[in-house]
Design a protein around this ligand. Structure first.
Ligand code: SF4
Length: 313
C-alpha cells in the first residue's frame, strides 16, 4: 500500500508520529517540523515569529542530522532524534518571546497567592482586606497534579476570585487587562508562561500571612489564634476520616461543633465591629461550611432547627 505523504495532513498531532517515523520520505519530515512549529507558535499567539524561529531550528545539530540522514535512519533512531528536536523547537520558540503579552491567560486561571514582598500592597491600600481571603494552614486543597485532596502546609493569602468564572477579581474581561497592573503582586510580575521554572522559584519565597499584617494588634491576633485552635481545619479533616472509616457518631458531632464555633467567631467579629462581612474571609479564612464542600458534604437545617450533614450534590 502506498504511504500517504504527511504533507496531506492539515495538522500534525502525536498520534501521527508512528506514521511519520515509518515514512522514508524526507519531505514528510520537513512538512511535519513546519506543522509542529506553526502549532506551537499559534498556541503562543506569535505566528509571525515563524521565519525567525524556523531559521534558528535549521541551525540546530539535531535538525541537520535528521534532515541529512532521514532516509538512512531506522524508525527507532528517527524517534529518539525527533524527540530531541521537539524539545529544542519548543525551547527556541519560547526563547523568542521573553516578555508578557498581557493576554490575560494566567489571570483567567485563578488568582495569585501573596508573598511577604506584597505586604505593602495591603498596608498602602492598593489592595484591601475585602479583596483577599485566607487559606488557613491545614485547609483541604486539591493537589495540582494528582487531583487528590491534600492539606495546606502553610497559610496563604490569595486575591479573591469571581465565584462564577474563577477569574482573578482584578482581571477585566472587557479590556483584557489587569486593573492593578502597576501594583500587581510578585507572583503576577514573575509569571513567565514561556518559562515555568521562574514561577516555581517564586512559589518557594516567603508567603504573606495574617500575622505579618496584624503584628501590632495583639488582641486580634489572640482571637485569631483561638479560632485557629478551635476551628482547626486539620481537626475537621481528622473527624471526616474517622466518620468515613468507623461511622463514629462522636466524630460527626465534632464536625458540627467545629462548624458552629466557626459561625460563632464570625458573628462575634461583626458584633464587635472588628471587620465587616466582606473582610471575614481574610480574618478567619473561608467559612468552614464551605470547607465541607471539599469533602462532598454540606449542612442542612431540619424543621426542628437541628443541623445535619448531608451529601452535597
Ligand atoms: S492581579 Fe492582575 S495580573 Fe495578577 S492575576 Fe489578577 S488580574 Fe492578573
Amino acid at each position: 500500500m502506498m504511504k500517504q505523504p504527511i504533507s496531506h495532513f492539515r495538522n500534525f498531532d502525536p498520534a501521527k508520529l508512528p506514521e511519520l517515523l515509518h515514512s522514508n520520505s524526507r519531505k514528510d519530515f520537513l512538512v511535519a517540523v513546519r506543522l509542529v512549529l506553526r502549532e506551537v507558535l499559534a498556541s503562543m499567539r506569535v505566528e509571525d515569529h515563524y521565519v525567525q524561529v524556523m531559521n534558528e531550528i535549521k541551525r540546530e545539530p539535531c535538525y541537520r542530522d535528521l534532515n541529512n540522514n532521514w532516509e538512512k535512519l531506522k524508525p527507532e533512531a528517527r524517534g529518539g532524534k525527533w524527540q530531541k528536536l521537539m524539545e529544542r523547537l519548543v525551547q527556541v520558540a519560547y526563547a523568542g518571546r521573553p516578555y508578557c503579552m498581557r493576554c490575560g491567560e494566567c489571570c483567567r486561571h485563578g488568582s495569585p497567592s501573596l508573598h511577604l514582598e506584597d505586604a505593602e500592597l495591603l498596608t498602602q491600600g492598593f489592595i484591601s482586606t475585602r479583596q483577599v481571603y485566607t487559606l488557613r494552614q491545614g485547609s483541604p486543597v486539591r493537589h495540582n497534579i494528582e487531583g487528590r485532596l491534600d492539606v495546606l502546609a502553610e497559610e496563604l493569602i490569595k486575591i479573591k476570585e469571581d465565584p462564577e468564572s474563577r477569574h482573578c477579581i482584578f482581571y477585566s474581561e472587557h479590556n483584557i487587562s489587569c486593573l492593578i497592573y502597576d501594583q500587581r503582586p510578585l507572583q503576577c510580575r514573575s509569571q513567565e508562561c514561556w518559562n515555568p521554572t521562574v514561577l516555581e522559584q517564586v512559589w518557594y519565597q516567603k508567603k504573606l500571612s495574617r500575622r505579618h499584617l496584624l503584628q501590632q494588634d495583639h488582641e486580634l491576633l489572640e482571637l485569631l489564634q483561638a479560632h485557629d485552635e478551635r476551628c482547626d481545619p486539620r481537626k475537621l479533616d481528622a473527624a471526616f476520616k474517622q466518620v468515613h472509616e468507623t461511622g463514629d457518631v462522636a466524630a460527626l458531632n465534632q464536625i458540627l461543633d467545629i462548624l458552629s464555633q466557626d459561625t460563632g467567631f464570625r458573628a462575634f467579629l461583626i458584633k464587635k465591629s472588628v471587620c465587616d462581612e466582606e473582610e471575614l474571609d481574610f480574618y478567619l479564612g473561608r467559612p468552614m461550611v464551605e470547607t465541607l464542600l471539599a469533602y462532598g458534604m454540606k449542612v442542612e437545617k431540619d424543621k426542628d432547627g437541628v443541623y445535619h450533614l448531608v451529601a452535597a450534590r
